[in-house]
Design a protein around this ligand. Structure first.
Ligand SMILES: NC(=O)c1ccc[n+]([C@@H]2O[C@H](COP(=O)([O-])OP(=O)(O)OC[C@H]3O[C@@H](n4cnc5c(N)ncnc54)[C@H](OP(=O)(O)O)[C@@H]3O)[C@@H](O)[C@H]2O)c1
Ligand SMILES: *[C@@H]1O[C@H](CO)[C@@H](O)[C@H](O)[C@H]1NC(C)=O
Length: 281
């Protein structure tokens, strides 16, 4: 028990409490991708769908490509060579060393004057929005500015620029009637983006994002221990590896759909994200 490990019970409680409070702001290190499972997309048709998608020579933009989720999304998009043109839209230029990133276009914009940068949003078939900040990083006003205003303006410009399929990274619990600012803003943005009337609009609502960050901090280490001490079913309800979110995004992307709007909750993300190629000879 706690005492046995030389840790006072009070300290332990305090630690767990701070972990619980920190959870919404943390990127935890999660387990590696799961083994192939049996799910709706796990039919061996994914490679074919991916190839069909590639043949259409589509273009994509990513908002938030410097973030934890955006980075993984960009890497996987390039690895799978899904688009003939990839554009990052952000407030700063990202430096890439690897060869694979050589043809990535970057549009540096001022999000406070986004109307002046409408050309950056022109001519992309698909858009991914992984933008976001937190109240602790930016204050309440700053959070609303980024997570609501920047996202909505970007979606508006993307629609005007011809974007057909808009993908929004939202959050589990998003609800425009919530009394929590975070969840309220997420819900409000989801609903307002719908009004832009994209041909296809996909919302992802992951729970706490687990990332495979190399150097982690003590609080993250503790939280990770905390998560891994819990039953798998519980942690699956309350968290999801970023790699799984990205797999779900890209598997969904290549699967044709005639639904105007799709909403993937944390469970659906787990299911679709674990679908692997059944690519055996
Ligand atoms: N973390 C979680 O557990 C969790 C759970 C559910 C949903 N979500 C949501 O998922 C989304 C992505 O999360 P993440 O953890 O991948 O994000 P992240 O690592 O914090 O990255 C955020 C991205 O947004 C950009 N950004 C932040 N503030 C900005 C500003 N003031 N102006 C312009 N760009 C700004 C960052 O650009 P710079 O690199 O230039 O700062 C970065 O590209 C967020 O909307 C978040 O709310 C997160
Ligand atoms: C996509 O590009 C390839 C190679 O440049 C070309 O052969 C093909 O016809 C293009 N497909 C479409 C749908 O434009």
């Amino acid at each position: 028990m706690w005492q046995g490990s030389g840790l006072g019970a009070g300290t332990a409680v305090l630690l767990l409490l701070s972990v619980a409070l920190l959870l919404p702001h943390l990127h935890l290190e999660g387990p590696e991708e799961e083994p192939p499972g049996s799910s709706m997309a796990d039919t061996g048709t994914l490679p074919k769908l991916r190839e069909d998608f590639r043949m259409q020579n589509k273009s994509v933009f990513i908002l938030g490509a410097s973030g934890e989720t955006g980075q993984v999304l960009l890497r996987e998009i390039l690895k799978e060579n899904l688009f003939s043109k990839v554009t990052l839209i952000g407030r700063r230029k990202i430096e890439f060393e690897e060869e694979a990133y050589k043809h990535v276009n970057q549009e540096v914009v001022d999000f406070e004057k986004l109307d002046e940068y409408s050309s950056a949003f022109q001519g992309h078939d698909v858009g991914f929005c992984c933008l976001g900040t937190t109240r602790s990083k930016a204050g309440a006003d700053g959070f609303v500015r980024v997570d609501r205003d920047y996202v909505l303006k970007s979606a508006e410009l993307a629609k005007a620029g011809g974007c057909k399929h808009f993908n929004l990274l939202s959050s589990k619990g998003a609800d425009k009637a919530s009394s929590f600012l975070y969840l309220q803003v997420k819900g409000e943005v989801e609903a307002k983006v719908e009004e832009f009337n994209f041909d296809r609009y996909t919302i992802f609502r992951p729970a706490v994002l687990l990332c495979n960050r190399k150097e982690s901090r003590p609080a993250e280490w503790l939280a990770r221990k905390f998560f891994s001490s819990l039953p798998t079913s519980w942690s699956k309800d309350h968290s999801v590896p970023i790699t799984t979110v990205v797999r779900a995004m890209l598997n969904n992307l290549v699967m044709p759909s005639d639904k105007k709007m799709e909403l993937l909750d944390n469970q659906a993300i787990h299911n679709l994200g674990k679908a692997e190629d059944v690519d055996k000879p």
